[in-house]
Design a protein. Structure first.
Length: 141
């Protein structure tokens, strides 16, 4: 494969490495290009179109970078908000800056498949390791 070719991955229900896995890895590396490739043009994320969501993530990732973070560490957990858009206890990830320790959380909606249908910010999130995130948006970073 030469440098100008782009690999397109088609995700199937029983893939060992799932769509969600690749999205989490893109969050951890703060890789907007990979997220642009992975997110569906036809879907909304956090009640925004794909490009508005990507722009918000760009702002968030820039804030992490300014605080000395070179990557984010993902901690799996659940939403604890009874008013959650995806339902209380939706599965998601707390992303923590590797140097700053600042955190932001997102819940993932992938009902009955390995394809992520939606990603929503979470204001009351608890990771399985006990770490928590309590904020409305990226202004807390």
């Amino acid at each position: 494969m030469n440098n100008t070719e782009t690999t397109v991955r088609v995700f199937k229900k029983n893939d060992l490495l799932t769509h969600e896995y690749y999205i989490v890895k893109a969050f951890e590396s703060m890789d907007l290009s990979e997220l642009e490739r992975l997110l569906d043009e036809e879907k909304e994320y956090d009640e925004k179109n794909k490009w508005a969501f990507i722009n918000i993530l760009q702002s968030i990732f820039e804030k992490f970078h300014r605080q000395g973070d070179t990557c984010l560490v993902a901690h799996v957990g659940n939403c604890n908000n009874s008013d959650c858009k995806l339902g209380c206890y939706a599965k998601g990830y707390l992303f923590e800056g590797n140097n700053s320790g600042k955190r932001i959380a997102y819940v993932f909606d992938n009902p009955q498949s390995n394809i992520v249908e939606n990603i929503c910010s979470c204001i009351n999130f608890k990771a399985k390791n006990g770490k928590e995130a309590f904020f409305l948006d990226e202004t807390s970073i």
